[in-house]
Ligand binder design. Structure first.
Ligand code: HEM
Length: 446
C-alpha cells in the first residue's frame, strides 16, 4: 500500500487492513502511541483508505475554519443521509447554508432562556426515580438514565408540551435502536444496504417516528404555527433573502437531526460528569455546596446556571477529557494543504479532538480531572473544541451546556451518585466516546 505523496511518516500497519486491527482493539491507545511517536499530524489507514489525523490547534483550524471551503463532511456522516435527509448534520452547500441561517436564531443563548422550564420539567421523572433508588438501595444505570433524561429534555425543548406521554414512549423505544444501527452503518467499512431483518426493523422504527413528527408538524401548522418552543421558532423562521421558510419535509429532517445530534452527546457528557464527580468526592462536594447556595429550594432558571462557576468548570473539564464527539472527519473537495501536508481532491482528514484536548503541550497533567483549571479563565483555549469550530460548529452548544448545568444541578442538589470502585476506566471510541462498561451508581440523599 503506497502512502499519499508528501504525507508525513506513520506506523506501517497491515498491508491490506491498514491499522484496522489496532483501531478495533484499542483505538485511543493506538492513536495516543502513534501521536507520541510521529507527532501531532500523522497518517493512519482504514483498510485501503488513508486518513490524515490532525491533533494540533492550528492545523485543526485550517481544516474547520480558514480552509473549510475546501472540505466537505466525511464519508461516515454521508451514510446518515437516508435517515436525516437534508438536516443540518448531513447537508452541504446552499441547502446547508440556508437551513443554518434559518435555524441559528432559535439556538442563540437568549432564545433558549425561556426553555429552562421545559428542561426542568423533563428532569422531574429522573429525580423521582433517583429518590426511589435512594430508598431501595438498588443501583441505577447512569448511562441509560442520562439517555432517558436528555431525550425527554430535547423533546420538551423541541415540542413544548405537544409530545404526549404515549408519543414519548414510542420515541424512547424506537430512537435508540435506530441510533445504534445508524452508528453501525457509519462505522462499517462496506456500504451494503441489504434487506436484512435489522434493516426492516430500522425502517419500521423510522416510520413510527416519522408518523409522530409529521403529525405534530401538521397540527402545529394548522393551528397557526408559531409557539415558543423550538419547533414554533423553526416554523416561524423566514428567509430574509426571500424564499420563505422551511417546508414540512425539511422540518421533519431537521427535527430528526436535532433528536439524533442532541440526545446521546449530552447524555454522554452527563454520564462522564457523574462518573468523574464520583471519583473526585472533593469536587462533588464543592459543586453540591455551590448548587445548594445558588439555587436554594427554587426552580432553577437559565440565569442561575451562569452563577454556578464551579459546576460549569466541572462540565468544561468533563468535555475536555471526554469529548462526546471525539473525532471530526472531513474530505477535501479540491487540492489543499493542512499543516503543510498536501491533500489531493477526495483525501480524508480527521480532526482528533480527543488527542488535541489531552495534549501535554497545552494542558498540564492532561489526563487529570482538574476543574480548577477553568476558574477565572476569560477565553476558550485553542486546544479545546468539543463542539467543533468554524461555520459547522455545533448549533446546539448553548442548549447542551444549559441542559447539562440544569440537569446536573437538579440532581446534585438532592442526591449523591457513587460509582463503587470508580467504575469502568476504559473508553470506547465509536461515533461517540463512551465508558467501556456499565456505570452503576448507588444513590444517597445529599
Ligand atoms: C455535549 C453535547 C454536544 C456535543 C459534544 C456536540 C458536538 C458537536 C460537534 C463536534 C459538531 C460538529 C461536527 C462537524 O463539524 O462535523 C456538532 C454539530 C452539530 N450538533 Fe452538536 N453536540 C452536542 C449537543 C448538541 C445538541 C444539544 C444539539 C441540538 C439539539 C446538537 C445539534 C447539532 C447539529 C444540528 C450539528 C450540525 C451543525 C451544522 O453542521 O450546521 N448538538 N455537534
Amino acid at each position: 500500500m503506497t502512502q499519499s505523496s508528501g504525507w508525513p511518516d506513520g506506523p506501517r500497519g497491515h498491508p491490506l487492513l491498514g491499522h484496522l486491527p489496532e483501531l478495533r482493539r484499542d483505538a485511543l491507545g493506538f492513536l495516543r502511541h502513534t501521536r507520541a511517536a510521529y507527532g501531532d499530524v500523522f497518517p493512519i489507514r482504514f483498510g485501503p483508505r488513508e486518513v490524515l489525523a490532525v491533533a494540533e490547534p492550528a492545523a485543526a483550524r485550517e481544516v474547520l475554519v480558514t480552509k473549510a471551503a475546501s472540505f466537505r463532511k466525511g464519508r461516515g456522516i454521508q451514510k446518515m443521509e437516508p435517515f436525516l435527509g437534508t438536516g443540518l448534520l448531513t447537508s452541504e452547500g446552499e441547502v446547508w447554508r440556508r437551513h443554518r441561517r434559518l435555524m441559528q436564531p432559535a439556538f442563540h443563548r437568549a432564545a433558549l432562556e425561556g426553555m429552562a422550564g421545559d428542561i426542568v420539567r423533563a428532569t422531574e421523572p429522573l429525580l423521582g426515580w433517583l429518590g426511589e433508588a435512594a430508598r431501595s438501595g438498588e443501583p441505577v444505570n447512569v448511562a441509560s438514565e442520562m439517555l432517558h433524561v436528555t431525550l425527554r429534555a430535547v423533546a420538551a425543548v423541541l415540542f413544548g408540551t405537544a409530545l404526549a406521554e404515549d408519543d414519548l414512549r414510542v420515541v424512547e423505544r424506537e430512537l435508540p435502536p435506530l441510533l445504534e444501527s445508524t452508528t453501525n452503518r457509519v462505522r462499517s467499512l462496506v456500504d451494503w444496504d441489504l434487506p436484512t431483518p435489522a434493516r426492516f426493523r430500522e425502517k419500521a422504527a423510522e416510520r413510527a417516528l416519522d408518523g409522530i413528527v409529521n403529525r405534530i408538524i401538521r397540527e402545529r401548522r394548522a393551528a397557526g404555527g408559531e409557539g415558543r418552543d423550538l419547533l414554533g421558532m423553526l416554523l416561524a423562521a423566514r428567509d430574509e433573502e426571500g424564499g420563505g421558510g422551511l417546508t414540512d419535509a425539511e422540518l421533519r429532517d431537521e427535527v430528526m437531526t436535532l433528536f439524533l445530534a442532541g440526545h446521546e452527546t449530552t447524555a454522554t457528557l452527563l454520564t462522564f460528569l457523574f462518573l468523574s464527580l464520583s471519583r473526585h468526592p472533593e469536587a462533588r462536594e464543592r459543586a453540591q455546596a455551590e448548587v445548594r447556595e445558588v439555587l436554594g429550594d427554587r426552580t432553577p432558571t437559565a440565569a442561575d446556571t451562569r452563577h454556578l462557576p464551579y459546576l460549569n468548570a466541572c462540565i468544561q473539564e468533563t468535555l475536555r477529557l471526554y469529548p462526546p464527539a471525539w473525532l471530526v472527519p472531513r474530505q477535501a473537495t479540491r487540492p489543499v494543504t493542512v499543516a503543510g501536508v498536501p491533500l489531493a481532491e477526495g483525501a480524508n482528514v480527521s480532526v482528533n479532538i480527543f488527542l488535541l484536548q489531552r495534549s501535554a503541550r497545552y494542558w498540564p497533567q492532561p489526563d487529570a480531572f482538574m476543574p480548577e483549571r477553568w476558574l477565572g479563565q476569560g477565553r476558550t483555549p485553542d486546544a479545546f473544541m468539543p463542539f467543533g469550530a468554524g461555520a459547522r460548529m455545533c448549533i446546539g452548544n448553548h442548549l447542551a451546556l444549559l441542559e447539562a448545568a440544569l440537569i446536573a444541578g437538579l440532581v446534585l442538589r438532592e442526591y449523591t451518585l457513587e460509582v463503587p470502585d470508580g467504575g469502568p476506566t476504559g473508553l470506547i471510541a465509536g461515533v461517540t466516546l463512551k465508558p467501556d462498561g456499565p456505570v452503576r451508581a448507588q444513590v444517597r440523599r445529599a
